[in-house]
Write a protein that binds this ligand. Structure first.
Ligand code: MGD
Ligand code: MGD
Ligand code: MO
Length: 767
C-alpha cells in the first residue's frame, strides 16, 4: 500500500489514519456497491458478528461502531476477487509456493472444491460427493481413529463446532487441536485452579464502573480496536489506565475516535494510559509478585498504625484458601530477584502498587503478552493472586478480563472442541446420543505435529485456519503435514496450508459469516460467544460467493453422514434448520437452556460464569491463592548464561495490517513500518553493542538444545524503544524459530513471545 520506509508515526491511533486505510482497503478488495451496507450491518441486532476479534459489543444494538481492522476483516471476506478452478488450472502448487502470504491472500475467495493431482502438481475440481467419499474412505481405512486429527480455528460458529465435535467423537477420537492451544490456553488452564472457571469474570457493564485498569501484554488499537472505544470512555471519566508491556504501544498512549468529532478535530486524540510499566519479556510474574509484596508490606504498616487495612481481610477469610502459605512465600521473596527478573525498578513497582491499592474497582486485562511464555500459566495465576488480595474478583466494576482472539474461539471450546473433555461431558454425550465416546484424552496442536512426525497421525482435517503457518517450528511442521495420507482444509481463502499438503489433499470452500446462509427452512443464523461470555446470533447479509460454496454446518454434516454409515444421528436433518442444532446443544449443556428463545433477544444472553458470582468451582470450594516461584532457570536463562549479553529474547507480534496469518497489507503504521514486514526491532544500545547499525540486514538464529538449526533470514534492523536484551518481529515469518517442544508448562502453548536467538549479519544480498 506504500513504499518501504521506516518513519515515526506521530499521530494518535485511530483517527484520520484509520479512515484513510479503510477507504484504501475497500478499494483494494473491490468490495461491491453493497460494501458500505455490509459494514453498517456489522454487530447490529439483525446483522452479522464481526469476523474480526472477540471483543463484545454493547447489547449488539449500538450504533455502528467504527473499527478499522473490523473493516479490513469484512472487506477481506466480502472481496469481489475469486479463486476459481481456472485459477488453479493456471498455477501449479510449486508456483504458488513461490508467492508470499500476502499475495496468496490477495487472490480472493475460494469458490469450488478442489483435489490435489500429483502428476500435474495442480489442484483440480472435484464434486462435493466425491470429496466427502474421499474423506470417508481415508477415515474408515485408518486402523485406529486416533490416527486422524481435527483442527478448529476460532471463527467457526457454535453450531458447526458442536456438530464437528459430535462427529469426531462418534468417529472415535478426542484429537481436537485448536487455535486456542496457541493462544489463551494458559488462561483456560490457569484460572480454573485459582477461581474455578477458565473464563473472564467481567462484562462491559463492569467497564463502566471500574476506576483502574491494568492492561497486560496487549495491543488493543491493532487487535481489539473496539476495546479502544471503551478505554477512551474510561479515560475520559478519569479512570487510571496502566499499560504493562515492554513496548509503549501507540494506541495505549493516544487514541482518536473516528466517532467523536472533538477527537478528530483536535488531532491529538484522547490520552489513554497514564502509566507505562515496561517489564522485560516474560518478566510479568516477577513484577506482579513484587507488587503483591509491596501490597503486603503496606498492609503490615496499616496494621501497625491501626489504619484501614490494605488487603480485603473479610473477602480473604470468607472466600479464599491458602492465603497464609502464599503470604509467607511472598514475604520471603527477594527484592533483587524481583527487580532482576522483571526488569522493572523499585520506583515503578512502587508506582504500580500505589495505583493498584488506590483503585476501588480494578480490572486486569491481558492478551498474548502473558500467555505465550513458558510460565504463562503461572503468570496468569499470579495476576489472579493480585486481584484476590483486594477482593477484585466477583463484584461490580472489578475482575479478570482475558481478551480472546478469534471471534468465536471461546464458544468453540464451550460447545466441546476440547482435547481433554471432562468425564461428565462425555457421560452426557453418551446418554443423549447412545454411543460410547472415546474417553482417552486427545492431541492438541503440538501433540498433533509430533504424532505426524512419528507417523502416528495420517489424516488432518482443518475447520478453518492456516495450520502450516500458525504453528511453531515451520520446517518440522511442514514435514509433518507432508507425511500425511490426507490433508483437508475447510477455508474461505487461499493460504499456505493448502500448498503444504499430504499425499491426497482437498481444499473445501466455505461461506463466511457475512454471507446469507440459505437452507430448507430459510436463512440461517449462527451463534457465537464473545470474550465476555455473551452468546448472540449472527445473520449474513451478502450473497454467497458461489453456489458451489457450502456452509461449515453443511460440510460437517455431510462429512459425518458419508463417514459414519451406521450412525443413528440425523446429520442431514440439522442442515435444514440450525435451530435443531441449538436444541441438541441444549440437551448436553445446561447453561444453554432455552437457547433458541434466548438468542431472539437483541444482544443475546450471558452464559453465566460462576466466579463472577463468587461461586468458586475449585477443589477447595474457595478461590485459591497459588504460591509460585519466580522462574530463574528457563531455557532463556540458560541460553543467556551460555551466550552472555549477545543473547536476545524475541517476541513475535502482529502488525497493524494482518489478521494472524492473513496479511492484509505491508504497513504497521503505529510502529512506523511501511511497505515491508521483514523487520526486527532492537534497542539502539544493543544494536551498537552487537556491532551493527540500524538499517543493517540480519539473520535470526535460534538457540536451543536439540541440535536442530533454526533460522529466519534477512530482517531489517530497526532501532526501537524496547527493553535491552529484547527484540521484536512479526509472526508468522519468525515461526521457524519457535522450537516445537518449547511451550508453556501445563498448557503447551508455544512460547511465541520468548524465543532465545542470536543476530548474525545477513550474508544474503538485499533483494
Ligand atoms: N487486526 C487484528 N485483530 C486481531 C488479530 C490480528 O492478527 N489482527 N488476532 C486475533 C487473535 S487470534 C488474538 S489472540 C488477539 C491478539 O491480540 P494481542 O494479545 O494484542 O496480540 P499480539 O500482537 O501478539 O501482541 C501482544 C502484546 O504483548 C506485548 N508483549 C509481548 N511479550 C510480553 C511480555 O512478556 N509481557 C508483557 N507484559 N507484554 C508482552 C507486545 O508488546 C504486544 O503489545 O488479537 C485478535 N485480533
Ligand atoms: N509466532 C507466533 N505464532 C502464533 C501466534 C503468535 O502471536 N506468534 N499467535 C497464535 C494465535 S493467538 C492464534 S489464534 C493462531 C491462529 O491460527 P489460525 O486460526 O489457524 O490462523 P488464521 O490466520 O486465523 O487462519 C486464517 C485462515 O482461516 C480461513 N478462514 C477465515 N475465515 C473463515 C471462516 O469463516 N470459516 C472457515 N472455515 N475458514 C475461515 C481463511 O482461509 C484464512 O486463510 O496462531 C498462533 N500462532
Ligand atoms: Mo489467538
Amino acid at each position: 500500500m506504500s513504499n518501504e520506509k521506516i518513519e515515526q508515526y506521530n499521530h494518535p491511533a485511530g483517527g484520520w489514519g484509520a479512515l484513510k486505510y479503510v477507504a484504501l482497503h475497500l478499494l483494494k478488495e473491490k468490495v461491491p456497491g453493497g460494501g458500505i451496507r455490509t459494514l453498517l450491518k456489522q454487530n447490529q441486532p439483525d446483522g452479522f458478528d464481526c469476523p474480526g476479534c472477540a471483543w463484545p459489543d454493547r447489547d449488539h444494538a449500538s450504533t455502528f461502531e467504527f473499527c478499522e481492522n473490523g473493516v479490513k476483516a469484512v472487506a477481506a471476506e466480502a472481496t469481489s476477487k475469486r479463486v476459481t478452478a481456472a485459477f488453479f488450472a493456471q498455477h501449479s502448487v510449486a508456483e504458488l509456493l513461490q508467492q508470499s502470504d500476502y499475495e496468496l491472500e490477495e487472490h480472493g475467495r475460494l469458490t469450488e472444491p478442489m483435489v490435489y493431482h500429483a502428476a500435474s502438481d495442480k489442484y483440480l475440481p472435484i464434486s462435493w460427493p466425491d470429496a466427502f467419499a474421499l474423506m470417508a474412505n481415508h477415515l474408515n481405512a485408518l486402523p485406529d481413529p486416533n490416527q486422524a486429527s481435527f483442527y478448529t480455528s476460532g471463527r467457526t460458529s457454535n453450531e458447526a463446532a458442536y456438530l464437528y465435535q459430535l462427529f469426531v467423537r462418534a468417529y472415535g477420537t478426542n484429537n481436537f487441536p485448536d487455535c486456542s492451544n496457541m493462544c489463551h490456553e494458559p488462561t483456560s488452564v490457569g484460572l480454573p485452579e485459582t477461581v474455578g472457571v477458565g473464563k473472564g469474570t467481567v462484562t462491559l457493564d463492569d467497564f463502566d464502573l471500574a476506576d483502574t485498569f491494568l492492561i497486560f501484554g496487549q495491543n488493543p488499537a491493532t487487535n481489539h480496536p473496539r476495546m479502544m472505544g471503551e478505554l477512551r470512555e474510561c479515560a475520559k471519566r478519569g479512570a487510571t489506565i496502566v499499560s504493562i508491556n515492554p513496548l509503549r504501544e501507540r494506541g495505549l498512549e493516544r487514541f482518536s475516535s473516528p466517532q467523536h468529532p472533538s477527537d478528530m478535530l483536535s488531532r491529538a486524540g484522547t490520552t489513554i494510559s497514564n502509566m507505562f510499566i515496561r517489564p522485560t519479556l516474560c518478566g510479568d510474574l516477577a513484577l506482579v509478585k513484587g507488587v503483591i509484596k509491596r501490597v503486603l508490606e503496606l498492609d503490615d504498616l496499616a496494621l501497625q498504625n491501626n489504619a484501614e487495612r490494605i488487603i480485603d481481610v473479610q473477602f480473604i477469610a470468607e472466600h479464599t484458601a491458602y492465603f497464609d502459605e502464599f503470604a509467607a512465600d511472598i514475604r520471603a521473596e527477594s527484592w533483587d530477584d524481583i527487580v532482576t527478573e522483571s526488569g522493572v525498578g523499585r520506583d515503578d513497582i512502587e508506582q504500580l502498587t500505589q495505583v493498584y491499592v488506590r483503585g476501588k474497582n480494578v480490572i486486569a486485562t491481558w492478551g498474548m503478552g502473558l500467555t505465550q511464555h513458558k510460565h504463562g500459566v503461572d503468570t496468569i495465576q499470579m495476576v489472579s493472586n493480585l486481584m484476590l488480595l483486594r477482593g477484585n474478583i466477583g463484584r461490580p466494576g472489578a475482575g479478570l478480563c482475558p481478551v480472546r482472539g478469534h471471534s468465536n474461539v471461546q464458544g468453540d471450546r464451550t460447545v466441546g472442541i476440547d482435547e481433554k473433555p471432562t468425564a461428565a461431558f462425555l457421560d452426557r454425550i453418551e446418554k443423549v446420543y447412545g454411543f460410547k465416546p472415546p474417553r482417552e484424552h486427545g492431541l492438541d496442536v503440538v501433540g498433533t505435529i509430533e504424532a505426524m512426525l512419528q507417523g502416528q497421525v495420517k489424516v488432518f482435517i482443518g475447520l478453518g485456519g492456516n495450520f502450516a503457518m500458525a504453528t511453531p517450528d515451520t520446517p518440522r511442521t511442514w514435514q509433518a503435514l507432508q507425511s500425511c495420507a490426507l490433508t483437508v482444509h475447510i477455508t474461505t481463502k487461499l493460504n499456505r496450508s493448502h500448498l503444504i499438503h499430504g499425499k491426497d489433499a482437498l481444499i473445501l470452500p466455505t461461506m463466511g459469516r457475512t454471507e446469507i446462509d440459505m437452507q430448507e427452512s430459510g436463512a440461517q443464523g449462527v451463534t457465537v460467544e464473545d470474550s465476555m461470555s455473551m452468546v448472540h446470533v449472527s445473520y449474513g447479509i451478502n450473497k454467497p460467493v458461489a453456489k458451489t460454496c457450502l456452509s461449515e454446518v453443511d460440510i460437517v454434516a455431510r462429512l459425518a453422514h458419508a463417514t459414519l454409515k451406521d450412525s443413528r444421528i440425523p446429520w442431514l436433518e440439522y442442515v435444514k434448520d440450525y435451530a435443531l442444532i441449538r436444541d441438541e446443544i441444549e440437551k448436553v449443556y445446561d447453561a444453554f437452556k432455552d437457547y433458541n428463545a434466548r438468542i431472539a433477544h437483541p444482544g443475546g444472553f450471558h452464559l453465566g460464569v460462576a466466579s463472577r458470582e463468587r461461586v468458586w468451582k475449585t477443589a477447595s470450594g474457595r478461590a485459591q491463592f497459588k504460591t509460585l516461584a519466580i522462574p530463574k532457570d528457563t531455557p532463556v536463562h540458560r541460553a543467556r548464561r551460555q551466550h552472555g549479553p549477545e543473547l536476545m529474547v524475541l517476541m513475535t507480534t502482529r502488525s497493524h495490517d494482518q489478521y494472524n496469518t492473513t496479511i492484509y497489507g505491508l504497513d504497521d503504521r503505529y510502529r512506523g513500518v511501511f511497505g515491508q514486514r521483514r523487520v526486527v526491532f532492537a534497542n539502539p544500545l544493543d544494536i551498537a553493542m552487537l556491532g551493527f547499525q540500524a538499517g543493517d540486514w540480519v539473520d535470526l538464529v535460534g538457540v536451543w538444545d536439540d541440535g536442530i538449526e533454526r533460522r529466519a533470514d534477512r530482517f531489517l534492523l530497526v532501532e526501537y524503544d524496547i527493553p535491552r536484551g529484547c527484540i521484536s518481529s512479526y509472526y508468522p515469518e519468525t515461526n521457524p524459530l519457535v522450537p516445537l517442544n518449547s511451550f508453556a508448562d501445563k498448557a503447551r502453548t508455544p512460547t511465541s513471545k520468548s524465543i532465545p536467538v542470536l543476530l548474525r549479519r545477513s550474508l544474503q544480498l538485499a533483494a
